[in-house]
Design a protein around this ligand. Structure first.
Ligand code: G6P
Length: 613
């Protein structure tokens, strides 16, 4: 949530900030703003998208080589010009951009008000820059000291950047709970600061991820990193692997469509080097290290949010089915606040695309404090979650820009399948023949996903038929159930049509009352162990004149005779159904959203990286 980009060096800062903000817009798009230090401190900000900020700043003086930009996902204060970042201090000589929440802002604000401070926004952020100025003015300390001391008084989460008029060669950033990446520029003394590496990658591959509680001080061309308690740190420069093309649409109308189409590759990238069906080889390095722990675990707890939670549900089925370890799947936000029972021999698997989801991070900390082993499944290398875990396995989906998750989901499911198989193998709960069969099936998955992408045409036709309905129901059983949930989530996220995912058999305990001839019901009815039962469920829907759109295995004539519409996908082993069956559902949502004129990549109110609880 909220995107941050900043630059100090010799280049023109304005294009760096605008391009950076466009890359970060997936994090929030309620308002955008920039501050440029060039003699004075100039701030331009506007409610709405970055494009509106660009319009607004036309003809204005945006020259300068030091600056910062922000794209906002509103928490405190409605999304208007006034609440947009950057925020000024009392004297307007200091400015801040912030991602996160200052929880004790109201008590600090009250105190500062008593001292004559006046505030011009409703944000928690503005309070922090007033506090920094207050310490600077009254404490007779340097700029970085003022920032450090102010942060010592703050409760909450933040990633911040600060500029001050009197310090034209200085830029300060800090993080606690929200990410900050520092890019080390190719020119002497040049640095970039951002919420993630996407605005930086065009200029440099060398980055430093700030740790929680660290302050980065870039002054007169040098970078110093300190902790908030004033200990100097040795920065670790990391080389990024991803390329600029990965951040561009590559000829597709939307990132989401590009990412849907990337799945054969991103699934394969997540498995490549970790398995080889011909040799019967399977090895995830992270698991190997904890193999005995996994082998002896009495319980696995999976935590996640949104789509990652759905991948977790698939993993529950997989791990119980193949490795015979009891699994619980928890929403991170519930888990962290409900005083869960945890044991030292529990293994907790947090799943996250961004690696920054605040609730997931907090749940990890809770589980760690109880002694559990934390094994993460994450997509963004170097993000907070993999750094908070004991071990893990990355998904190699590449950067996912569309707010609605697609390729990250299938990459998560692919990696979780490998995890389940490796544990099963080690525990001896899977027969040799089944193990080899599944490795072969997994290797065939990218080609099957490629074929499933051919459903694009039919899903487009269906989209034009159903784009104006108000409700959708998605049903599935077994491995089809998490797919139903994910299909429904995709639709509501990007098209704003209400959709519910349900276990097909549960339909008769409620949702069946909703069914009439206006209610499209999407049923995952592939040939698998619950096929016959799903066919009965379809009949129940038809008996109530519901409109059935069935996802079926190629060549299935039985469901064809029952359903109103069928979408055929290649035959796939029961346990691998989610990887293939989700594809037409992603495409259906995409086409419906496009036809409804929705902003597919940046749906209203959502953000890709939810760094507030
Ligand atoms: C947000 C995103 C979802 C994502 C969820 C969890 O709601 O819009 O697409 O599934 O957060 O995010 P994570 O990065 O932890 O997977």
């Amino acid at each position: 949530m909220c995107g941050i980009v900043a630059y100090i060096g010799k280049k023109d800062v304005y294009p760096i900030l605008i391009k950076g903000l466009q890359r970060l817009e997936y994090r929030g798009y309620d308002s955008a703003g920039i501050a440029i230090l060039n003699g004075g401190l100039k701030v331009y900000k506007k409610a709405g998208k970055v494009s509106e900020l660009v319009e607004y700043s036309k003809g204005k003086d945006v020259s300068g080589h030091v600056g910062m930009g922000h794209t906002r996902w509103a928490t405190h204060g409605e999304p208007n010009d006034r609440n947009a970042h950057p925020h000024f201090s009392q004297s307007k000589h200091f400015a801040i951009i912030h991602n996160g929440i200052i929880e004790n802002y109201s008590s600090i604000k009250a105190e500062l008000k008593k001292r004559g401070h006046e505030f011009s926004s409703d944000t928690d952020t503005e309070v922090l820059i007033h506090l920094i100025e207050d310490i600077y003015e009254n404490g007779n300390v340097s700029l970085d000291e003022s920032v450090r001391l102010a942060l010592g008084e703050v409760i909450g989460a933040y990633a911040i950047v600060i500029l001050a008029q009197e310090h034209p060669e200085e830029l300060i950033c800090a993080r606690k709970g929200s990410p900050i990446v520092i890019g080390v520029g190719k020119e002497q003394g040049e640095y970039f600061v951002a919420s993630d590496a996407t605005p930086i990658i065009e200029y440099t591959n060398n980055v430093i991820y700030l740790n929680d509680g660290e302050v980065g001080i870039i002054k007169d061309g040098n970078l110093v990193i300190k902790t908030i308690s004033n200990e100097i740190q040795n920065p670790y420069i990391q080389e990024l692997e991803f390329k600029l093309e990965m951040l561009e649409k590559g000829g597709y109308d939307h990132f989401m469509l590009k990412e849907i189409y990337e799945q054969p590759r991103s699934i394969w990238d997540s498995m490549r080097g970790r398995m080889d069906a011909r040799k019967g080889f399977l090895r995830l390095g992270g698991i190997a290290e904890f193999e005995n722990k996994f082998a002896n675990a009495k319980r696995i707890i999976i935590i996640g949010c949104g789509t990652s939670w759905h991948a977790g549900l698939v993993a529950e089925y997989l791990i119980e089915d193949l490795a015979r370890i009891p699994v619980e799947v928890e929403y991170a936000s519930e888990f962290r606040y409900r005083n869960p029972v945890l044991y030292e021999d529990d293994i907790v698997i947090p799943i996250s695309q961004s690696g920054e989801t605040a609730d997931t991070l907090a749940a990890i900390e809770l589980a760690k404090s109880k002694g559990a082993t934390i094994f993460g499944v994450c997509n963004v290398v170097g993000s907070s979650i993999p750094r908070a875990t004991h071990a893990g396995a990355y998904t190699h989906a590449g950067p996912e820009i569309g707010v609605a998750s697609t390729k990250a989901f299938t990459a998560q499911v692919a990696v979780l399948t490998l995890i389940a198989l490796q544990i099963a193998r080690h525990r001896g709960t899977i027969a040799d023949s089944r193990f080899h069969q599944l490795l072969n099936e997994l290797e065939a998955i990218p080609a099957k996903v490629e074929r499933a992408l051919k459903t694009d045409a039919i899903t487009k036709k269906l989209a034009s038929k159903f784009k104006d309905v108000r409700n959708f129901l998605y049903l599935g059983r077994g491995y089809g159930f998490p797919v139903a949930l994910e299909g429904a989530l995709k639709l509501k996220e990007i098209s704003y049509i209400h959709a519910e995912g349900y276990p097909a058999a549960e339909m008769k305990h409620g949702p069946i009352a909703l069914i009439d001839d206006n209610m499209p019901v999407v049923v995952i009815a592939t040939k698998n162990s619950s096929y016959e039962k799903v066919v009965s469920n379809i009949q129940e829907v038809k008996a109530r004149r519901g409109v059935v759109i069935a996802i079926v295995t190629e060549g299935d004539d039985v469901v064809k005779g029952l359903a109103d519409y069928v979408i055929e996908i290649p035959e796939v082993d029961d346990v691998l159904v989610p990887l293939v069956a989700v594809i037409p559902l992603q495409l259906l949502s995409y086409h419906i959203a496009v036809l409804r004129g929705c902003n597919v990549d940046q749906p209203r109110n959502l953000a890709k990286s939810v760094t507030v609880e």
